[in-house]
Design a protein. Structure first.
Length: 397
């Protein structure tokens, strides 16, 4: 639901009842992920999408029916339509499990509070019960910072605190997920399936080196939703005029800047400086932090020299294995813009534990959950060699 937080926040302020249809289960090549929602108010105004167009009409009608009946939540399932491509079904071949419920903001102010936090770009989470006892299905609970608030349905159960604890954990991890809670006869007797919607601040992309490649990468990072910082120790190059797509441009020594910036597992660190006096202390710092991606530009010879210097500085083999260098995927990139796409593609593939290979050469589901890909280095496939980054237009030293 947080994908449409702005509009839902406005409807809650106006105490405007609406029906909320949420994807609570995805199988196969469904176009949008679990947690995506569409909402319809009593005037018929709709916002959001759950299928990219395949089943929107049917879901819209179901929302209107739920609003009219003023009853409890309803579940609907949509799968592939073999007989008629225009029938209600997902022609992409996937399956969607949808929960539709009526929301009355006047009686659920706690939901409006979470939507307000999300709309303002502050971290918030909403837990939505999607399966369990009839009286709890559709119940929601909001976590804002270190506190949680809920409606009567969860307040009156011992499971409420357990749901709040798990929701807070998902918020700290910045991850929307379907979780199971309860089933313990002593502490949490109600067995619930709970969809935790998480809205967190934009992930950070930290670009070090105020060069042409950084200008192109900052634009790609902004497009992907990152909070982009460009940092360089040289004030003549690190200017806002040269990097209009960056959220901030910082003049500082790169390693010193990184030591004081807030990072998390979604943070991407891109080292484009091409200068050992900047690169070595910066990479030593970056590889010791819990960031999601560390990449460095340079030729294979430069990379080999870097590894030698970093080992001499005490960087461990496990830490060095995290370094993506030469940076980017093998797209044959030459220009700064092409190289930026190559780097951005590697960041996406690395975050999703994907191969980076053309889909035409793969079998199986297109939208395979990251959890099913396994852990460890991104590879072409079982028993094959790791994806080889390109040299791009990186200086061959």
């Amino acid at each position: 639901m947080l994908n449409i937080a702005d509009t839902l926040h406005r409807w809650c302020r106006e105490e405007r009842p609406f029906a909320l249809a949420t994807v609570v289960g995805v199988h196969g090549s469904a176009p949008l992920p679990t947690g995506t929602s569409v909402a319809v108010d009593e005037d018929g105004e709709a916002v959001g999408s759950i299928s990219g167009g395949c089943v929107e009409g049917a879901v819209y009608e179901l929302c209107q029916q739920v609003l009219k009946d003023r009853g409890g939540p309803q579940r609907a399932w949509f799968g592939y339509s073999d007989d008629d491509a225009f029938a209600v079904g997902l022609t992409c071949g996937g399956e969607l499990d949808i929960l539709v419920q009526r929301i009355d903001p006047a009686t659920q102010p706690y939901l409006g509070a979470a939507l307000a936090e999300s709309a303002e770009g502050r971290p918030a989470a909403v837990a939505q019960v999607v399966d369990g006892p009839d009286g709890l299905v559709g119940a929601t609970l909001s976590v804002l910072g270190d506190s949680w608030i809920a409606g009567d349905a969860l307040d009156t159960t011992p499971t409420g605190q357990a749901v709040a604890d798990r929701t807070a954990a998902q918020l700290r991890a910045s991850r929307t997920a379907l979780i199971s809670v309860g089933g313990d006869a002593d502490t949490c007797p109600d067995r619930l399936s709970v969809l935790v919607h998480v809205a967190a601040p934009r992930p950070r992309m930290l670009i070090y080196g105020a060069v042409d490649f950084a200008a192109a990468l900052s634009r790609a990072g902004r497009f992907l939703g990152y909070h982009v910082t460009v940092c360089d120790a040289r004030p003549v190059f690190a200017t806002e005029a040269r990097f209009p797509y960056a959220d901030e441009v910082v003049v500082d020594w790169p390693h010193r800047h990184l030591e004081h910036v807030e990072v998390d597992t979604r943070t991407a660190v891109c080292v484009l400086t091409h200068d050992a006096k900047f690169d070595i202390p910066l990479l030593r710092t970056a590889l010791g932090l819990p960031v999601g991606y560390v990449g460095a530009m340079g030729s294979r010879r430069t990379h080999t020299e870097r590894l030698h210097r970093l080992r001499e500085d005490g960087v461990t083999g496990e830490e060095l294995a995290r370094l993506r260098s030469p940076i980017g995927l093998d797209l044959g990139a030459r220009t700064p813009e092409e190289t930026a796409i190559s780097i951005a593609a590697e960041i996406i593939a690395h975050a999703n534990r994907a191969s980076g290979l053309p889909l035409v050469g793969r079998s199986g589901p297109i939208h395979e959950p990251a959890a099913h890909r396994g852990s460890g280095p991104v590879t072409h496939g079982v028993g094959r060699t790791p994806v080889r980054p390109a040299l791009h237009a990186q200086t061959r030293r």
